[in-house]
Design a binder for this molecule. Structure first.
Ligand code: 6J7
Length: 728
């Protein structure tokens, strides 16, 4: 009996409050009470189940909340990069940007890099297909009518025309599948295409913009459906790349071959000749035409490729200019106005049947040729008429530091690492802050790359290149890579951690940086570039997202996924970079080199000073179109000082060879620019006498508070066991 009741007489029970209960009556109640108890038990069970469900629901909600937080962060970021010139966010751009990004990689909020497959030299058979004159003309017209392709030279256009093959399509056949990355270029003649109403609504005799978008390895949201049986001309993307590469190399080789025959230049080292070959323009002059006119302002230097010229001058005692000499193939002229005068000192006139000259403009001349002694000491015998000499200075060579390799942190094993937080994430995987279980003060950044994603996006070669370059790099302005691991699902990179956070996050929170902060950040990047370029490496993915702050506030370059060792005077053709930051020669597939990094330096300056990059469209194709219009059409905000404006323009020249940094002094020319006047380069290099403009608060080796928070990883990638990573 419980505490609350006592036995009264034999047939009665007395409850605590004095209430009397008849035992016989109770006995009759027992089954009913049992039944009630059972029901209560069932109810408890039901409630417990409900509680469990709610808990599960709660967990799901928590995970959703995490995702939502990511989305909010993403939207915030997109807002930052799509703010219009009037300072107001462009909602349409945001939506489109979202759509574009969603098409490429869910969950990314920062500017995202794109890359063609890392195939290196495409080993492709360039096959020609017979076609009649009308078809050839049709394809050619379509090419010349396209904003991108019209920039190609005639040899390239001819090759493309010859390599296109015919394909029959049936009514209703989908020409471009929604999910297909751009593998083909189509020229559709009198074919009616329709797809999503905003892009393909009408007939095309040329290349629809979206097809070209696919061609440039980005996606778009439209499909092309044939509404009648018809024919299209097709070019495989890899053949296009091979053509661009072959013709680019051929042109460069031809120019170099010729330059080697020019007595003035024949002793120059090959990398220098390659650079000169890059800047050459070919100009044709009809017989009798004045190529230079005495007394006129002159800005070009000429080398005769075909034909002959007459040189005449005003001579005292003669009414008319007198001929002083003739020049032939391989001879040059026009240096005097560039060296000491800005006016021409003689007339140079084309002789019959006309003359073809290789022309170099003033900037390129000064950077690449102007220091040659032969030019500076040239004496035409007309000193009495005021010709002057000027002194030259010897070019500064960039000395590449010897790599110092050491097996630092080689003792660390993957299983000794404990994850503390996520520092960054993307489609590739995540970067985790990890600590050594045996020494908690020892923290690292562990980049975990999904092998399946690497294989799907054909980035194997880039990953190896990233490893090679980062393992060897020893610069205070480049994050260290200590060692790598791999398992069935991931490859891992164990890297130095920079707990000051991403420059991108700080820029997002502050809106823009002042001149001093920007100068400091750009200077750190220049130091990193000087180191890399000295080793023949191009970086190709500069943007605030790839710059981290150390605890002291110095800037380090991270993410070498697109970096490549090309050597000196060489070019590469793989499409690489982040749309807003890619240089025109990359878009146009002309072959690119270190000069593409100088372009991106100008873009970085602009973005840091204003908060958004100068060239930005609602999708990558629009961005590329804006880039091709050039920096001159971009409005510069008042936030950009006069000197900064000047430097940006000199870095963002359309012609790579004209960019500051590409000349004979290399990157030193950038360091000497007025915007850097008084800047303590030595102090920066040694990281001693310098107080960085942003000194982050970092409480300890495990303090990740300077990074945004990321949702937990719920996506477990499948195993990838093809073996491509055997040597990783
Ligand atoms: Br070729 C040649 N011969 C002469 C000459 O006798 N006197 C001068 N002043 N110039 C000569 N030239 C070339 C020289 O490269 O003609 C070019 C006219 O333009 C001159 O350079 P420029 O003064 O820039």
């Amino acid at each position: 009996m419980g505490n609350g009741a006592s036995a009264g007489s034999s047939s009665q029970l007395t409850l605590e409050g004095g209430e009397m209960l008849d035992v016989a009556k109770i006995k009759t109640l027992v089954p009913e009470l049992r039944q009630q108890l059972k029901q209560k038990d069932l109810e408890v069970e039901r409630l417990q189940n409900q509680l469990l469900l709610t808990k599960q629901n709660l967990l799901e909600r928590e995970s959703e909340l995490g995702k939502l937080k990511g989305e909010v962060h993403k939207l915030k970021s997109v807002l930052q990069v799509t703010v219009h010139k009037d300072g107001k966010p462009d909602i349409l751009s945001i939506i489109q940007e979202e759509a574009t990004m969603a098409g490429q990689e869910v969950g990314r909020m920062k500017k995202q890099g794109v890359s063609g497959e890392s195939s290196g030299q495409p080993n492709i058979d360039i096959k020609h297909y017979d076609k009649d004159f009308r078809s050839k003309q049709l394809i050619k017209d379509a090419i010349l009518d396209n904003d991108f392709l019209k920039n190609l030279d005639s040899t390239q256009v001819r090759e493309i025309v010859d390599c296109m093959y015919e394909k029959q399509i049936r009514t209703g056949q989908c020409i471009v599948k929604e999910s297909e990355a751009g593998q083909h270029l189509f020229v559709s003649a009198a074919i009616f295409l329709h797809g999503s109403p905003n892009i393909l609504t009408t007939s095309y005799d040329g290349i629809p913009a979206c097809k070209l978008g696919r061609f440039y390895a980005c996606r778009c949201s439209s499909s092309g459906l044939a509404v009648t049986d018809s024919r299209i001309w097709v070019l495989d993307r890899r053949v296009f790349q091979a053509i661009m590469m072959k013709t680019g190399l051929q042109r460069q080789e031809e120019n170099i071959r010729f330059l080697k025959c020019v007595p003035l230049l024949k002793n120059l080292p090959s990398p220098k000749l390659a650079k000169i070959a890059d800047v050459l323009e070919i100009d044709f002059f009809h017989e009798g035409e004045y190529i230079t006119r005495e007394g006129a302002v002159g800005n070009s230097f000429f080398i005769i490729n075909k034909g002959e010229v007459r040189v005449t001058q005003k001579i005292q005692g003669h009414d008319n200019p007198q001929e002083v000499r003739k020049l032939k193939r391989g001879d040059y002229f026009g240096e005097k106005a560039l060296l000491s005068e800005d006016r021409r000192t003689a007339n140079v006139i084309a002789m019959p049947p006309g003359v073809e000259c290789l022309t170099v403009d003033r900037d390129s001349f000064n950077q690449l040729i102007g220091d040659l002694n032969e030019l500076r000491e040239k004496d035409y015998g007309d000193e009495a008429r005021g010709a002057q000499r000027s002194d030259g200075s010897s070019p500064l060579e960039v000395i590449s530091p010897t790599p110092f390799l050491e097996a630092e942190h080689s003792y660390v094993r993957l299983e000794d690492l404990e994850i503390l937080a996520t520092l960054g994430m993307g489609g590739f995987g995540r970067v985790e802050l990890v600590q050594l279980s045996t020494d908690r003060n020892n923290t690292f950044a562990l980049k975990c790359l999904k092998k399946k994603h690497i294989v799907d996006t054909r980035q194997q070669e880039h990953i190896y290149s990233e490893k090679r370059i980062m393992m060897e790099a020893r610069s205070p302005f480049i994050a260290r890579l200590y060692r790598t691991f791999k398992d069935k699902k991931y490859v891992y990179m164990l890297m130095e951690v920079c707990l000051g956070g991403e420059l991108w996050t700080i820029l997002r929170d502050r809106g823009n940086f002042d001149d001093i902060t920007t100068r400091f950040c750009v200077a750190c990047v220049i130091e990193a570039f000087e180191y890399l370029h000295g080793k023949g490496i191009i970086y190709r993915d500069l943007k605030p997202e790839n710059l981290l702050l150390t605890n002291q506030g110095y800037v380090k370059l991270v993410d070498f996924g697109f970096a490549k060792k090309i050597g000196s005077g060489r070019k590469t053709w793989t499409f690489c970079g982040t749309p807003e930051y890619v240089a025109p020669e990359i878009i146009l597939n002309k072959g690119h080199d270190q000069a593409a990094d100088y372009w991106s330096l100008g873009i970085l300056m602009f973005e840091l000073l204003t908060g958004s990059p100068p060239f930005s469209g609602s999708d990558p194709m629009k961005t590329y179109n804006i880039i091709l219009k050039g920096i001159d059409v971009i409005e510069f905000s008042k936030k950009i000082s006069r000197n900064a404006h000047n430097l940006i323009k000199r870095l963002c020249r359309d012609n790579p060879a004209e960019r500051l940094g590409y000349g004979k002094n290399g990157i030193v020319d950038i360091k000497k620019h007025k915007w850097f006047q008084g800047f303590d380069w030595e102090g920066l290099k040694t990281q001693t006498s310098f107080v960085p403009p942003i000194v982050p608060k970092v409480k300890g080796p495990a303090d990740f508070s300077n990074f945004d928070s990321y949702p937990k990883d719920i996506d477990i990638p499948p195993d990838e066991t093809s073996g491509w990573d055997a040597d990783f």
